[in-house]
Design a protein around this ligand. Sequence first.
Ligand SMILES: NC(=O)c1ccc[n+]([C@@H]2O[C@H](COP(=O)([O-])OP(=O)(O)OC[C@H]3O[C@@H](n4cnc5c(N)ncnc54)[C@H](OP(=O)(O)O)[C@@H]3O)[C@@H](O)[C@H]2O)c1
Length: 277
Amino acid sequence: MKFVSAHGATIPALGFGVFRMSDEEVERVVPAALEAGFRHFDTAQIYQNEAALGRALQTAGARREELFLTTKVWVDNYSPEKFVGSVDQSLEKLKVDRVDLLLLHWPADKVSIANQIEMLNAVHATGKTRFIGVSNQNVAQMQESIAKSAAPVITNQVEAHPYLDQTALAAAASAAGVAITAYFGMADGAVPRDPQLISIGQKYGKSAAQVALRWLIQKGFIALSKTAKPERVAENFAIFDFDLTDDDMGLIGTLARPDGRLVSPPGLAPEWDVQKS
Ligand SMILES: NC(=O)c1ccc[n+]([C@@H]2O[C@H](COP(=O)([O-])OP(=O)(O)OC[C@H]3O[C@@H](n4cnc5c(N)ncnc54)[C@H](OP(=O)(O)O)[C@@H]3O)[C@@H](O)[C@H]2O)c1
């Protein structure tokens, strides 16, 4: 496993996400993820499976000190009345005293970034999370978050895959020492079928999915991978025994396209930064 460092945090560069998974799927696949070597798990209040993840980790006998556990506060809880209570519920469901990383899930538009960051910092100050971060923020929002936050913002978790150019955001994050955490690495199923990624993978005996995850990691990102299929877990973890060449990296970078963004829910998503391609 590689690790990414950001403002004192050491984060496993490959994480296991449980978005769009039922409780049964979480409880079936998490033991396989632990067995394969995953220690970084990513959930969210809105996924409604924090309790299943907590149960699955406990039942499997995972050692808390080896885990890097992330959850995200949902936008409906961005108020002084609800924010802390929602985090308390998350901790109870996850069966932990604190998470490793707590994120603001989406910027939304009803509550100012300054207020969101203030509430996140208040939770951090109580020790209920080791680190804080944001998700789905554009460059300006991320820079405002960084400027207004007492505790360092260690990551911005955003959509990232070969079809989406995230150069501007990645440069701004890097300049501020903020790690990029990449979600939707499979581009909703397009990546595993991509002829160019399949062809690159053939040189290394790897699948297109593995090539894309490796590409994210070699860009210095933290990559999240999700599968509800236990038989795919080991495949997605086996990305630390080969190196993409500079030519491979460059070629994959050319797959970005203007309509590459897949996740942009109205009312939650910000005005995205202009894409290079
Ligand atoms: N912050 C946010 O707003 C946000 C948004 C979206 C996601 N996330 C996080 O990022 C994590 C990962 O993103 P994601 O769930 O969207 O999707 P993903 O990793 O891009 O996976 C998408 C789909 O690809 C399939 N897949 C996975 N590995 C594969 C392989 N080796 N070969 C072929 N197909 C494969 C999976 O289907 P099967 O399950 O059938 O294998 C999965 O449904 C989430 O679980 C969540 O933790 C965060």
